[in-house]
Ligand binder design. Structure first.
Ligand SMILES: Nc1ncnc2c1ncn2[C@@H]1O[C@H](COS(=O)(=O)NC(=O)[C@@H](N)CO)[C@@H](O)[C@H]1O
Length: 143
């Protein structure tokens, strides 16, 4: 799994066309979304993660929480992003992993939004620009 973490004044998206034949079903309300004062986490779930999705979910949540504490972010935007890796996991595995990451972060008390999966989306992002505002993490399951 590859993650790009951006501490931002805001992230907002708007769904455009389908990027997959069968994208995640969404409500009208989910066609647009915005969070202010947010840690935006762009995630590419990778083929190697298919070996142990549970484990990579746990590691990803730990890494995200570590950064959120460092930058004092209480809101997190989980954003599916297929452009951080050339070895992507299958969409059904990727979606499950992203849903579980969202769920576990909510259980920890964060306000969390997850951008819709399988769509092209317009988005605006305002990075804060401080030294910890742009970070990346790579997560792999144990052998
Ligand atoms: N492994 C993955 N990790 C994260 N997001 C993914 C993954 N696979 C698919 N997606 C989601 O599905 C969308 C399209 O994925 S994609 O791999 O880019 N596929 C395409 O664009 C297809 N139109 C041609 O392959 C992405 O924008 C993202 O929302």
């Amino acid at each position: 799994m590859r993650m790009l973490l951006i501490h931002a004044d805001y992230l907002e998206y708007e769904v455009r066309d389908k990027a997959l034949k069968n994208p995640e079903p969404i409500s009208d309300e989910q066609r647009k979304g915005r969070l202010d004062e947010v840690l935006a986490v762009f995630i590419s779930v990778e083929k190697v993660d298919e070996a142990n999705p549970e484990e990579v979910v746990g590691k990803a949540v730990a890494e995200i929480e570590d950064v959120a504490k460092q930058v004092k972010a209480e809101r997190i935007f989980v954003y599916p992003f297929a452009h951080l890796s050339s070895e992507l996991a299958k969409p059904d595995v990727a979606l499950e992993v992203l849903k579980k990451i969202e769920e576990k972060l909510k259980e920890k008390g964060y306000e969390v939004k997850r951008a819709p999966f399988g769509y092209y989306k317009a988005f605006k992002l305002s990075c804060k620009g401080h030294p910890l505002a742009e970070l990346s993490r790579t997560i792999v399951p144990e052998e």
